[in-house]
Ligand binder design. Structure first.
Ligand SMILES: [Ca+2]
Ligand SMILES: [Ca+2]
Ligand SMILES: [Ca+2]
Length: 198
């Protein structure tokens, strides 16, 4: 890959030449150029974690993922995520500006936290192949949210002998909720029966 040369310093030194009796002096200009040939290095100590609510989003910052590069402006470092045919890029300065978000889109997760893992390739040039980048991972914990309604499961009719009692069991009435434990479900009578209740 062709790299740009960036002049970082200009200097000079004096030079004199003598024939034994006379001398001449001159000044030689020196330009020191830096070649951007070092790769970015992930800051592992900041390797991150992020937490997000189910169906929610979280802003990613350099506290979650970060990299540094000896000969490139750190703000220009490019993070890439490859998913199938699609590659998404953003620069490290976007993390500093807090404009990068992770959004949980996988729908209902139930009652237990779920883990996701995002892998980034970090390069110092938007044109560099992602395969040349340093690899950086981010562990995401998706926290469950009680946002799904319970579902009543079909049961049999309640048989009661005239002038007697019958107990309502789970064979007659039961419900399930994907993100609430069964023992937290509450049944409320919304319409009284015509012939009595006790
Ligand atoms: Ca570099
Ligand atoms: Ca839920
Ligand atoms: Ca629920």
């Amino acid at each position: 890959m062709q790299r740009l040369l960036t002049i970082i310093h200009e200097d000079s030194f004096g030079l004199s030449v003598s024939d034994g009796e006379r001398s001449a002096t001159t000044s030689v200009a020196v330009r020191v150029a830096l070649v951007d040939d070092e790769r970015p290095v992930p800051l592992r100590q900041r390797r991150g974690r992020a937490e997000v609510d189910e169906a929610g989003s979280v802003v990613l910052t350099s506290a979650n993922i970060a990299a540094t590069d000896n000969d490139t402006n750190d703000g220009n470092l490019v993070f890439s995520i490859v998913r199938g045919e699609q590659t998404t890029h953003f620069r490290q300065r976007d993390l500093w500006a807090k404009v990068v978000t992770y959004r949980h889109k996988d729908g209902e997760i139930g009652t237990k936290a779920k883990r996701d893992m995002v892998t980034f390739a970090v390069t110092d040039d938007i044109a560099a192949p992602v395969s040349e980048g340093s690899v950086l991972g981010l562990n995401i914990t998706v926290r469950p949210v009680d946002n799904s309604a319970p579902r009543v499961l079909p049961g049999g009719p309640l048989f009661v002998k005239e002038a007697s009692k019958a107990t309502i069991t789970t064979e007659v009435l039961t419900a399930h909720d994907v993100d609430t434990s069964d023992d937290e479900l509450v049944f409320v009578i919304s319409k009284q029966p015509r012939w009595g209740f006790h």
